[in-house]
Design a protein around this ligand. Structure first.
Ligand code: URA
Length: 226
């Protein structure tokens, strides 16, 4: 057989391969490379947010990052620019990362949802569920050494719990079968409204940095994707 053989899937109306028969959407997404995953996400119509988005906000940063930062969902600025955390919250997230020695380009940044909920309402559970396979595949491809969940929505979705954020922060959780260490902190938008909580966020960031430092480094990683 030809080494380059690939199964030919049905082509849907967008010109992209549809989910092949006999395989779930989740399983289909779970075997995609970056190129296919990006294309699939950009043409996603799995929930109604596709009708109101300007564009899909896939994620940004170093695909070999040790740090993966996960927020809630794109806001108006992110929806316009196609990149997570570029609005006011992002302007606080960047110095928060720098405070622990991380430049924005060195980490990978994504959200629970890839499309903006109208009026910045909270993600509906069904929307988060439809979007989850994309995020899970990103996590598998990146293989981060630590996940920083920013805000209640990110923390509760990733940890599949309703526990209040105040009880989730301050300790190390683990995500998925690879048991990736996960630290929860407050969302920068909340910190803009409640600046006195910045001290706790600083404690969380230091906890995350300590957690990573306690593990043995991976010598195969490059600091920035090239
Ligand atoms: N808030 C988020 O949670 N994510 C963004 O990308 C922007 C604001």
């Amino acid at each position: 057989m030809d080494d380059n053989w690939e199964p030919v899937f049905d082509i849907d109306a967008t010109g992209l391969p549809a989910v092949p028969p006999g395989i779930s959407r989740e399983a289909h997404i779970a075997q995609m490379d970056w190129e296919k995953l990006t294309a699939e996400a950009r043409q996603c119509t799995a929930c109604e947010l596709c009708a109101t988005r300007t564009q899909v906000v896939f994620g940004v940063g170093n695909r070999q990052a040790e740090w993966l930062v996960i927020g809630e969902a794109p806001g108006a600025d992110e929806d316009r620019q196609g990149e997570p955390f570029v609005g006011r919250a992002g302007q606080l997230l960047n110095p928060m990362l720098l405070a622990i020695g991380l430049q924005r380009e060195h980490v990978y940044i994504a959200n629970i949802l890839k499309c903006r909920p109208p009026e910045n309402r909270e993600p509906a559970p069904a929307e988060a569920m439809k979007c989850r396979p994309f995020l899970e595949r990103q996590i598998t491809l990146i293989q981060p050494r630590i996940i920083l969940a920013v805000g209640r929505i990110a923390a509760q979705n990733l940890l599949e719990t309703n526990t209040p954020i105040g009880k989730l922060r301050g300790r190390v959780h683990h995500f998925g079968p690879a048991r990736i260490p996960l630290v929860v902190t407050y969302h920068p938008a909340y910190l803009l409204r409640s600046p006195r909580e910045k001290r706790k966020a600083w404690d969380d960031l230091r906890l995350a940095r300590r957690t990573l430092a306690a593990e043995s480094p991976d010598p195969t990683r490059r600091p920035v994707d090239s």
